[in-house]
Design a protein around this ligand. Sequence first.
Ligand code: G6P
Length: 475
Amino acid sequence: AADVVNPQPDLKLVVISNRIAPFDPNKPQTGGLAAALEPVVQRSGGVWVGSSENRGDGTQVPLPLVETGAGFVARLDLPAADHAGYYRGFSNSTLWPALHSLPDRMSVSEDDYECYQRTNSYIAGAVYDVRDWDVFWVHDYHLLPLGAQLNELGIDRPTGFFLHTPWPEPDMVDRVPNHRELMKSTLKYDLAGFQTNRDLNNYSAYLRTHFGLETKDGVVTTERGQTRLKKFPIGIDPKQFADYLAADLSPAEQGKVSSLLQNFEGAKFAIGVDRLDYTKGIDKRVEGFNQLLRTEPRSISLLQIAPSSRADVEQYQKYKDDVKSAINRVNAKHGTDRWSPIHYRNDSFSQAALARLYRAAHVGVVTPLRDGMNLVAKEYVAAQDPKDPGVLVLSKFAGAAEDFNENEALLVDPNHPEEIAAAISKASHMPLEERVTRWRSMMDKIESYTIHDWAADYVSELDKSRVTVPADQFH
Ligand code: G6P
């Protein structure tokens, strides 16, 4: 094991996730998790462990700590032989659709499960080097069994898990191979965090129906000890968003933004920004536009930004084609020589460029079929002009809809294009006074619970295990 010296002994936070932030302000970010955690780790002086772009032969090497200015980052070359089964397979072809309650998109393979377990053990082996740091915070569905594996290696520090995605009803989890073993391993965490009450209740329902375990006052008691379940709705950094709007863009980004906005000069447009993922409901949104333009021709355009994501997963390739042809149909039907209903981009934009596009858009359309939280909803709100804000159209199945009610956002069922059409129409005609009232109320919520509150809350809750459980109890 490597000799590790932590320059900030007061915190000693170890964050572990599959995807790691680029730690480069000029690189575009697309994933919600990476965008959310980068400032947290930078501020804490901790270490963020995740996957590198390279694959290794599976030999365990010392944790490759690299200083980032404030804290450390450690990028692991995950074992090549298991990577496809771990990432493309079990994480993104089995768990991801199950967690989003889309069983028709699932594929299952016993081999993938083995790759997933072995990759988690590899990561646990690497993290062992920092076993004497204080708290271990594991993120997302790629790493469900990691806490149990850290435990097996004898790491006795508080270990917490946070799920960025939804947690589905028990019958969806039943379709995942080895779900009982997997769920048992999650009970090795001291703290399990969820985005919403819905997710927390679904997780508890599984424990009750399959293991006969009751959750009492947010605590599940097993032979090992206690796992606390708690809701931590993730937020954004609204101040950083204000800074983005004030700062200059790079010439290249400025060029991209200006040429896009030229399309809408003097006309209304709505914006959608999503990874190109079938959970995001982009196809239904496009159909919503189709219906709207039938009754209100040329009333509003859509700027849909959808950077490619997980392109080697079959369901994503199919979805990419489906979205493209849906957009082509709508543009052919409703477009003219001089006007296009839908402007579609598959490249990524920096947060600063997106902030400008959000601000210019009259409507933000966030209509995922299911989503853990959806930070685009919050970012769209944070980027608005307080004197003349746009309107948020929000899926009632996004976690953000537990934060924003129907007096704030226009809530829709994302499966029903006619509801999306009606909401965009209502949004685009909404009087200024109502727009301001709705926006102010959402913005207050965003400001009162930022990403920094979220992280501080989680870590202090996790730290309670350190205070209350004597370390030697585990030896
Ligand atoms: C979601 C997941 C994250 C993931 C991100 C991007 O937000 O919750 O864990 O990092 O999507 O997906 P990717 O597969 O590119 O990491």
